[in-house]
Design a protein around this ligand. Structure first.
Ligand SMILES: Nc1ncnc2c1ncn2[C@@H]1O[C@H](COP(=O)(O)OP(=O)(O)OP(=O)(O)O)[C@@H](O)[C@H]1O
Length: 297
């Protein structure tokens, strides 16, 4: 799926400015950003429930249209189930709306309610379920018609840890089937563990885009070496070493390295030439640290 140059204003509010990114089949893409950054607006435009002022959304080689949109499984931020309708009837109804036969709709309803742990509630009204269970039903509603793309707006919000695991498993399974999966979330540790690639949105623009590890190491990786003396000349000038600092309190020399070109064994050998090495470990910033850096600069 290609999202190309979306612009959207709500009156004076510029919600999206040239929003562009791509999600490959089988990829889980995490869409993150501060409140009001433009994630829901982008997802609504993908679904066609909102029109962009400019830009296009394509699936394969074709601009997305009504027919292709029917193949998307969508979980809207405002959710969208009928509170006074029974869970099972509602899911069958939605499957039928997507063109499934009565039997296929029924089978799919049973399959997904069982998979998501809400099968015992199919005769209850949606409004009588806990919020977490309503969300499981909401995911079932997004999956009921065997979609070929998944677009989920904050699917993990308000879920207990068991439901988070179930939701994560389902998303992974769908990706393994070759479906592009896009979801937004403020739970960055979850995004980091689940996503192949992430996009960080700031005020309607894609500010950082790439593989999780790639983004985390984008500005260098910290290498901590405990043992060498305070005099850091041993490390200066080594290939891929961008900066060197010594912390007297921990007796650690901290090197900022470019992981693409630094040779860790050469650095270790250089450290051993000036004395024993007790600890030698790299660390990249977490997605949360990276996010803070991107949104505040
Ligand atoms: N219907 C609307 N009318 C006017 N402004 C809107 C409307 N919907 C969204 N906006 C504004 O557009 C901007 C983008 O909002 P959007 O809901 O897409 O952000 P978001 O990244 O999904 O935020 P959140 O993480 O809080 O859900 C915000 O400034 C928001 O106030």
């Amino acid at each position: 799926m290609i999202i190309d140059g979306l612009h959207k204003r709500y009156g004076d509010v510029v919600a999206l400015q040239d929003m562009s990114f791509q999600v490959e089949p089988g990829e889980i893409f995490g869409f993150v950003g501060s409140n009001g950054a433009g994630k829901s607006t982008t997802m609504r435009i993908i679904l066609g429930v909102l029109a962009a002022d400019a830009g296009r959304v394509s699936l394969g080689d074709h601009r997305i249209d009504l027919q292709t949109r029917r193949r998307i499984g969508y979980m809207p931020e405002e959710r969208g189930l009928y509170p006074r309708m029974k869970v099972g009837e509602q899911l069958v109804f939605l499957a039928r709306l997507h063109g499934m036969s009565p039997q296929a709709a029924h089978d799919s309803m049973h399959r997904w309610t069982a998979r998501l742990g809400v099968e015992e509630r199919i005769s209850s009204n949606v409004e009588d379920l806990s919020l977490g269970n309503q969300q499981r039903v909401q995911l079932a509603a997004a999956l009921i018609h065997d979609p070929t793309v998944l677009v989920l707006d904050e699917p993990f919000a308000g879920l207990d840890p068991v439901a988070v695991d179930v939701m994560s498993e389902v998303l992974r399974e769908k990706a393994v089937e070759g479906i592009p999966v896009i979801f937004s979330s403020h739970q960055l540790a979850l995004v980091e563990s689940l996503c192949d690639r992430v996009g960080i949105v700031v005020r309607g623009q894609m500010r950082a885009l790439g593989g999780v590890d790639e983004l985390r190491s984008r500005n260098g990786v910290t290498l901590e070496v405990v043992g060498p003396p305070a005099d850091t000349r041993w490390a200066e000038g080594l290939t891929g070493v961008l900066a060197v600092d010594h912390h007297a309190e921990t007796a650690a020399t901290e090197l900022l390295i470019d992981p693409a070109i630094a040779d860790d064994q050469a650095i270790l050998a250089a450290a051993l030439r000036v004395g024993p090495v007790h600890r030698f470990a790299t660390s990249a910033p977490s997605l949360t640290e990276l996010f803070r850096e991107v949104v505040t600069t």
